[in-house]
Each structure stands twice: as structure tokens, then as C-alpha cells.
Design a protein around this ligand. Structure first.
Ligand SMILES: Nc1ncnc2c1ncn2[C@@H]1O[C@H](COP(=O)(O)OP(=O)(O)OP(=O)(O)O)[C@@H](O)[C@H]1O
Ligand SMILES: [Mg+2]
Length: 264
């Protein structure tokens, strides 16, 4: 489904602030697999997601989506295949548009009539049904501006929007990090449900080792722009948070602080 080979991205090349964010990173993700992505600050997690979505051009390497080479394709040309939910609930939705207009945009993404905001009756009914599943009462607020929603509500709608087109790649960049613990739990459970129901191929960046092991089928750790750990199946089932933390320490060559976030 997703095949990234030997990806290099260097920011500010040839200057004193040169940063080699991705250093020959490769990753293959089969269709429908849910991968959690961990790694310390600056490891290259967001950069990799940006490369997959096309938000960042890569210096070298290749990216295939469903067997198609999209390496040089812009964001819009990948939009039918790639959906994103960001850490900031304000990103990824248009706050001045209504809930149903935002959903219509997501629904039409990558289709021929790309940017249509028009919401026809059958579509409205479908949106209403999907929103009702959230149990947040949003099905009665279709014409409310999305900017009026709380962060958790917006993340929930963003996830629904991502699932409006099947067999896609879903990129989640710490999408529960800005939410209170209860809402974060709700959004995480919703994520698992939507990913399963819509069989989305998913990468979820998280700083919670617990989440990284509990959710999905595979965990990948990045360090200095490369994959340094890739576990799935029985090996992953046999791992616990301290094991992951120990690996973190090993690759970083330093002792980690007892950061509550990391232990969470
Ligand atoms: N647009 C940019 N310009 C210059 N440097 C950048 C840019 N984006 C990222 N970097 C640098 O590239 C490296 C990788 O950053 P990236 O955002 O991918 O890390 P991350 O793994 O997502 O970290 P975090 O956990 O803090 O979100 C960092 O050193 C970062 O400062
Ligand atoms: Mg990041």
C-alpha cells in the first residue's frame, strides 16, 4: 500500500543550521495495517508524514502508494489517497465553514468536482448518520461553523472526514496530544473503530508508549531520520512499556527522564 524507499530530506542544506531530518528512511506498510510511530523530538516523524502526504518534497528516494509512484506528485494529486489529522484541532478543517461543508469538501476530495461545497440531501443524510455514531449530538448541528466545536469534537469530525473515502492512508500526527485525558481516550477509541471499519492503512505518531503498544498491529521507532525498531506480531505482544523505554534509552545513548507523557 505504502512503500517508501531510501527517503532523504535535509533542511537548510549547506548552511550552519543544516538538519538531516530523514537519512535514507525506508518503510513498507501493507494495506489495512495500523502502525504506531514513536521517537524522540526531532526524530523525523512529522517530516516523514509530510513526505508521504506530499506537503514536503523529498531530496531523494521514492514513495509508492498502491503501487503508483507519487514521489513528485503534489499534495492535491495524493489527496484522494491520503488523509491527515493533526495535533492541532484547528488544523485540517476550515473553521469558517459549517460541519457539513467541511464534510462535503472531504467527501469530494480527489473526485472530479473537487472543491464543491454543495451538500445534496442524500449526502446530508449520510453525514447525519455518521455524526450520530459519535454520540456527541453533532448530527443536529450540521450547519454550525466547525470553529464553534471543542477540540475533541473537531478531532472526531476530522476522523470521520478521513474515512469518507475508503482504502486510504490515514496519517495521524499526535492527534490526541492537545486533548484532555478523557477526550483523548474517546478520540483514540474512535480512531481504532474508524480504522477497522474503513480498513484504513494508518500511521499514528504518539509520544505515549502505552498507546504505541496497545493500538494497531505494528510499532516503528524513528531515530535521527531512520527506523531503528520495527516490531509486530508475537514480538510486539511480548513487549511492555519498560521494554520500549529501554530501547529508547539504548538508541539515544542516554537515560530518559521519567516523563509522565512517555510513561502514559
Ligand atoms: N521546515 C523545517 N525547516 C527546518 N528544519 C525543520 C523543518 N521541519 C523539521 N525540521 C527539523 O527536522 C528535524 C525533524 O523534525 P520533525 O518535526 O520531523 O520531528 P518529530 O519526530 O516530528 O519531532 P516531535 O516529536 O517534536 O514532533 C528536527 O530537527 C526539526 O527541527
Ligand atoms: Mg512531530
Amino acid at each position: 500500500m505504502l512503500s517508501a524507499k531510501d527517503i532523504h530530506i535535509t533542511f537548510n542544506a549547506g548552511t550552519p543550521i543544516e538538519t538531516r531530518a530523514l537519512r535514507g528512511m525506508s518503510l513498507d506498510i501493507p494495506e489495512g495495517q495500523f502502525v504506531t510511530v514513536i521517537g524522540s523530538n526531532g526524530a523525523g516523524k512529522s517530516t516523514f508524514l509530510n513526505a508521504v502526504s506530499g506537503d514536503l518534497a523529498i531530496d531523494s528516494g521514492t514513495i509508492l502508494i498502491s503501487g503508483r509512484d507519487v514521489t513528485r506528485k503534489p499534495v492535491w494529486a495524493r489527496a484522494a489517497q491520503v488523509a491527515r489529522v493533526f495535533q492541532d484541532p484547528m488544523a485540517g478543517t476550515c473553521e469558517n465553514l459549517s460541519i457539513e461543508e467541511n464534510m462535503a469538501l472531504a467527501y469530494n476530495r480527489g473526485r472530479r468536482r473537487g472543491l464543491s461545497l454543495a451538500v445534496r440531501k442524500p449526502m446530508r443524510e449520510e453525514f447525519r448518520e455518521r455524526l450520530a455514531i459519535l454520540g456527541l449530538g453533532l448530527e443536529n448541528r450540521l450547519s454550525d461553523r466547525i470553529g464553534l466545536l471543542s477540540g475533541g469534537q473537531r478531532q472526531a469530525v476530522s476522523l470521520l472526514m478521513a474515512a469518507l473515502q475508503p482504502s486510504r492512508i490515514l496519517l495521524l500526527d499526535e492527534h490526541t496530544a492537545a486533548l484532555d485525558p478523557r477526550t483523548a481516550d474517546f478520540v483514540l477509541n474512535l480512531t481504532v473503530r474508524i480504522v477497522e471499519e474503513s480498513r484504513l492503512t494508518t500511521m499514528m505518531v504518539t509520544h505515549s508508549m502505552r498507546q504505541a503498544l496497545d493500538v494497531g498491529q505494528r510499532t516503528v521507532m524513528l531515530h535521527q531520520g531512520n527506523v531503528v525498531l520495527d516490531v509486530s506480531g508475537d514480538e510486539r505482544k511480548g513487549m511492555d512499556v519498560p521494554d520500549l523505554l529501554a530501547m529508547f534509552e539504548r538508541v539515544r545513548g542516554e537515560k530518559l527522564s521519567d516523563d509522565a507523557l512517555l510513561l502514559g
